[in-house]
Design a protein around this ligand. Structure first.
Ligand SMILES: Cc1cc2nc3c(=O)[nH]c(=O)nc-3n(C[C@H](O)[C@H](O)[C@H](O)COP(=O)(O)OP(=O)(O)OC[C@H]3O[C@@H](n4cnc5c(N)ncnc54)[C@H](O)[C@@H]3O)c2cc1C
Length: 1021
């Protein structure tokens, strides 16, 4: 026999444990000491574990109270019972142990169990009642006894205990006492009540206080939301066919902002009323008629929904149309981590959620008359269009991730979609659960329901899995240990769904997640916009709207993951057979008529036609790009290779610091042949306003070809550092900056340099940069010492993209800024040209330079102070892999020269090519080139599919591989050439010099290795 206080609940135990944890941990860790280093006198930081390091138990307790309809503050009151000498305070002072606290606290709570089996007496033996009374220290008249058996009650009553007979006592609603420590016994004669309601009322009357508290998640009706009670009462009386009623009790639910929702109690009936909001409404919005219709239909199909009673479209009753349904009592889990439940219970809750979703998606539309509930097919494309439109209508500033998604989503639509009923807002907190069983009693809030792709619902119901628990509008669980909690991970939840529905596993669920988060971002943006214009319906509106960017980044992360998935599945052998297109978009959309183009590639640039697969050979390029490739090849053979000796001798001549006239002539020819500005990736220049609009993969093949000559990149206006600087201006420059710097660079009339490296600091770590950028009136004044600035000596160099520190005290990666410095600004002093293995690389060279009080107008800042690191990362992405593409070109040319040489030269009586070591070298070089090329192409392909950030690992890998591979291949060629290989008669020595230099110039090998290792450890364990 048990005498239990109503607090005996696993949830409360959890609260206790939290409180206990707070105390014990604080004793051990709350006060930290460390060795004091500087002149500070601080010796310790003292903090409270609860609320600082772990969630405040107070908050947890408050939530538990709300969830369980317990008056707010009850738990705190219970804990503090006994004041200074109560168990809690003694526990806080460490006078008793945790076990001691629980024991005493339990006693205070009258948590007392009298076990019949242990005592050897059981009901109706009066001794058991006496024992209870004795242990409680009560008189019989002070207690109430509830039971369902008359014989048990009779004996108790004989002793003078007040008794209440309750049949099926197990379903008595949770009783809540406002005196938390009472055990309740009944007196004689036994009162017989047949339903829990009457039993509770009886108890309330005896105790003199209310046992039940208000309906969860409700509050008094807001002034602005009041509805006429009299006419409503009259309507309900007619509807329910009741004659006499008491007063109508009306409360408003906290949620249901869009369609106001009310709780009604009338004549023992618990009802819910949902109405349209007041005022002028958009025709398709707030369609409560649809909600009524779908719930009615779904109830017939066995889907758990509240029982709808009537739809009243007559606005004269309460001012707007509304419908009435029965109130469905049960639990609504607002916190998706389901605090206080056992892991198995949590799992069962999520499984039940999944099952009910399957049930919704299995409804036979025809059988329930819902075939016309929405358009059939094309749900996702329509949704994408709708939400893009909604987002655009409420856009307040450009959010890069949203822009990317707006392009990406329409290009990745699922090929096949089923059509079922979709809920549209299927979340855990829209479900009413049985209080004790993991069973969904009702699915609420059908406002967004329609016919559509069911996978959108599945993805939407997993949003919480990817949001943090602190997310203000939609609490998440991404920072929880799901395994420990027993909650299925999103992937498992998806699998569970497919299994239950008898579907094959959903491969592209990342698409659905990206779409779901995109949709949430669009909604949040709308709320934010309304908050700015003062029409927001929620006090959290402003805060929630600002979360748009966060959520859109989450959506983009899924787009990236989908890119990887597609990439991994692509057949590498026959890339053109894949019809999957990442960027497939009608040409007309990219090229508004009349837009200026700085690329001489004909208008019908074919980029989009070959974007799908990884194109590993030029012959697999789309026909127009293939044609471009062959045109370039022809140009190289006809114009560039033959010009090399003259260009080389110019570089060795006294006139070397002036550009070669031959180069200028070749540039004009390249431009005329449409071989100009091919480098700018389509992703950075989607309208092909500035470049040829090639993908990184397409450019990789062309760039490799240019790389076979040291001069071709400049001839085609595709050489470093201009390419990186032009891309920087396209991506981040203002229109004025573009007009001043980008256009002359694109036209090949100017050149530029990038100044970051400094002699006095290890510049492979760009945070070491010391050059200062100081504000002075409307100028920035720069001072610093730079070296290895490629191209700064060129008389055509008009722009120096300068990296320095604006704020040495800001966080490490926010100290740097990028300024556009005109080269004719006073104070730029070139100290000397540096040489690489003795080569000057004229006319651009690599200069050592001082910047002394160089004054630059403030508008020359790129993006803004503190954004330098971000810009440098963006600049060096594609720019760096261009070097790798060219290194493959160096290597191919070196191997070609080597093969020709060893075939024609005899040693020891036979051609060199017949020497086994030479053959081995040739084979080795071929293998290494192919390996590196595949890696370059893979990196380029990933950049096309998933973006530069997602391709970071592949970019680092190829930067690590390409320069040393080229050095080895070129070195073998030099060796096969004999001494001639070291001379300037062949390009080999210069190739070798460059390949070696690129093991620094592009960032030292070790830094790339460190990146690869870091990413490997982060992503692949
Ligand atoms: C031909 C050429 C052209 C260049 N052009 C430009 C230009 O236009 N603009 C510009 O700003 N700079 C340019 N540079 C400079 C180049 O970017 C730097 O040399 C490079 O960033 C390395 O910096 P550092 O020379 O200061 O070497 P340091 O930073 O001093 O590094 C020295 C060595 O330390 C080791 N090391 C560094 N980090 C790590 C690590 N994480 N793990 C293990 N070992 C490590 C490496 O072996 C590295 O080589 C050019 C360099 C060359 C050779």
């Amino acid at each position: 026999m048990c005498v239990r206080s109503c607090f005996q609940s696993p949830r409360l135990q959890w609260v206790w444990r939290t409180a206990f944890l707070k105390h014990t941990q604080r004793r051990h860790q709350g006060s930290h000491r460390w060795t004091h280093l500087g002149g500070s006198t601080y010796r310790a930081v003292i903090f409270d574990m609860g609320g600082v390091l772990i969630p405040s138990p107070g908050r947890v307790a408050a939530e538990w109270e709300v969830q369980n309809r317990i008056p707010s503050g009850t738990i705190l009151k219970a804990l503090m019972e006994g004041g200074e000498n109560g168990p809690w305070m003694r526990f806080m002072r460490a006078e008793i142990t945790a076990e001691g606290f629980l024991r005493e606290f339990g006693r205070l709570c009258s948590e007392m169990i009298v076990e019949s089996c242990m005592e050897g007496i059981c009901k109706p033996d009066p001794r058991i009642y006496k024992l209870c009374l004795e242990q409680l220290g009560l008189q019989p008249s002070e207690s109430i006894f509830l039971d369902d058996l008359g014989t048990n009650l009779k004996e108790a009553a004989r002793l003078g205990i007040h008794t209440i007979k309750r049949q099926g006592f197990a379903v008595l609603p949770k009783l809540v006492s406002n005196s938390w420590a009472q055990a309740i016994y009944p007196p004689y004669p036994p009162k017989v009540v047949n339903d829990p309601e009457t039993a509770v009322k009886e108890l309330e009357a005896l105790l003199g206080f209310t046992l039940r508290v208000g309906v969860p998640n409700t509050r008094p009706v807001k002034k602005t939301m009041e509805i006429p009670k009299d006419s409503l009462q009259k309507y309900l009386k007619d509807l329910l066919g009741i004659q006499t009623t008491g007063p109508l009790e009306l409360l408003q639910f906290d949620h249901g902002q869009s369609n106001p929702t009310y709780y009604i109690r009338l004549a023992n009936r618990d009802l819910v009323l949902r109405k349209k909001p007041p005022g002028t409404l958009l025709p398709s919005a707030h369609a409560i008629e649809r909600e009524f219709r779908i719930m009615k239909a779904l109830a017939n199909a066995g889907v758990p929904v509240p029982n709808v009673l009537d739809l009243c479209e007559d606005s004269s009753v309460i001012g707007t149309p509304f419908y009435v349904m029965e109130y469905c009592p049960g639990l609504i889990y607002k916190d998706p981590s389901l605090p206080g439940l056992e892991p198995s219970h949590r799992r069962a809750i999520y499984t039940a959620m999944n099952t009910v979703l399957c049930k919704i998606h299995s409804v036979d539309l025809q059988a329930v008359g819902l075939e016309d509930y929405g358009k059939q097919g094309d749900y996702i494309p329509r949704q994408v269009r709708t939400w893009v439109k909604q987002y655009r209508a409420s856009e307040t500033s450009t959010i890069p991730a949203m822009e990317r998604l707006i392009e990406w989503l329409p290009l990745h639509l699922p090929r096949q979609q089923r059509t079922t009923v979709v809920h549209g807002d299927f979340r855990l907190d829209n479900l009413v659960f049985h209080p004790e069983e993991p069973e969904v009693l009702a699915v609420l809030d059908w406002e967004l329901s329609t016919l559509g792709d069911p996978l959108a619902d599945v993805a939407y119901s997993c949003l919480a899995h990817y949001l943090p628990s602190s997310f203000p509008v939609l609490r998440g669980i991404n920072d929880c240990d799901l395994t420990q909690l027993g909650i299925p991970a999103a992937e498992e939840y998806f699998r569970m769904y497919c299994l239950q529905m008898g579907l094959p596993p959903t491969e592209n669920w990342n698409f659905y997640m990206a779409f779901s988060f995109f949709r949430v971002a669009a909604i949040l943006q709308g709320v934010y916009k309304r908050s700015l214009t003062g029409q927001a319906s929620s006090t959290y509106a402003e805060q929630t709207g600002k979360l748009t960017e966060f959520v859109s980044n989450l959506a983009w992360d899924f787009a990236v993951k989908e890119g990887f998935r597609v990439f991994k599945e692509m057949p590498f052998t026959n890339p053109l057979t894949r019809s999957y297109h990442t960027w497939a978009r009608p040409q007309s959309q990219w090229c508004p008529t009349g837009s200026r183009s700085y690329s001489s590639v004909p208008e019908a640039s074919p980029a989009h036609t070959s974007r799908g697969g990884l194109v590993i050979s030029p012959e697999s390029l789309s026909p127009p790009v293939r044609e471009l490739y062959h045109r370039l090849k022809h140009f190289m053979e006809q114009r560039v290779y033959p010009a090399e000796p003259e260009l080389q001798s110019h570089q060795a001549s006294a006139a070397r610091w002036s550009p070669s006239p031959l180069i200028e002539d070749l540039k004009e020819k390249a431009k005329a042949e449409g071989l100009w500005n091919l480098f700018l990736p389509l992703e950075a220049d989607p309208e092909k306003k500035y470049g040829a609009g090639l993908t990184n993969v397409e450019y990789a093949h062309l760039c490799e070809l240019m790389g076979t000559s040291l001069y071709a990149p400049e001839v085609c206006n595709c050489s470093a550092p201009d390419t990186g600087n032009m891309e920087l201006l396209v991506r981040y420059g203002t229109e004025a900056q573009k007009a001043r710097w980008l256009i002359p660079l694109l036209e090949g009339k100017a050149r530029s340099c990038f100044a970051m490296t400094e002699p006095q600091v290890a510049s492979s770590d760009a945070t070491n940069i010391e050059a200062s950028i100081r504000e002075e009136d409307s100028f920035y004044v720069i001072n610093g010492h730079k070296w290895w600035i490629t191209g700064i000596l060129d008389p055509r160099c008009q722009l120096c993209v300068f990296m320095g520190k604006t704020d040495p005290h800001a966080p490490r990666h926010r100290q740097q800024s990028v300024l556009l410095v005109p080269m004719d600004t006073p104070g730029i002093k070139i100290i000397r040209p540096l040489t690489v293995y003795g080569l000057e690389d004229a006319p651009g060279g690599h200069g050592e330079v001082r910047f002394e009080h160089v004054r630059v107008p403030k508008e020359n800042m790129v993006l803004g102070p503190g954004r330098g690191f971000e810009i440098a990362q963006g600049r060096l992405g594609p720019g760096r892999i261009h070097h790798c593409m060219r290194l493959i070109g160096f290597s191919e040319r070196a191997l070609a020269l080597m093969k020709a040489r060893v075939k024609s030269r005899l040693a020891f009586g036979k051609p060199l090519v017949e020497q086994g070591t030479v053959l081995a070298d040739i084979a080795q070089s071929r293998v290494e080139i192919e390996q590196a090329r595949l890696l370059v192409l893979r990196a380029a392909h990933l950049m096309d599919l998933a973006g530069n950030k997602a391709a970071a690992l592949d970019i680092a890998m190829i930067k690590m591989v390409a320069p040393s591979m080229a050095s080895r291949v070129i070195d073998r060629a030099i060796q096969a050439f004999g001494a001639a290989g070291l001379s300037s008669d062949y390009p080999l020595a210069q190739f070798f010099t460059w390949a070696r230099a690129l093991r620094f110039a592009d960032g030292p090998d070790e830094v790339h290795r460190a990146t690869v290792a870091k990413l490997e450890l982060k992503h692949r364990i």
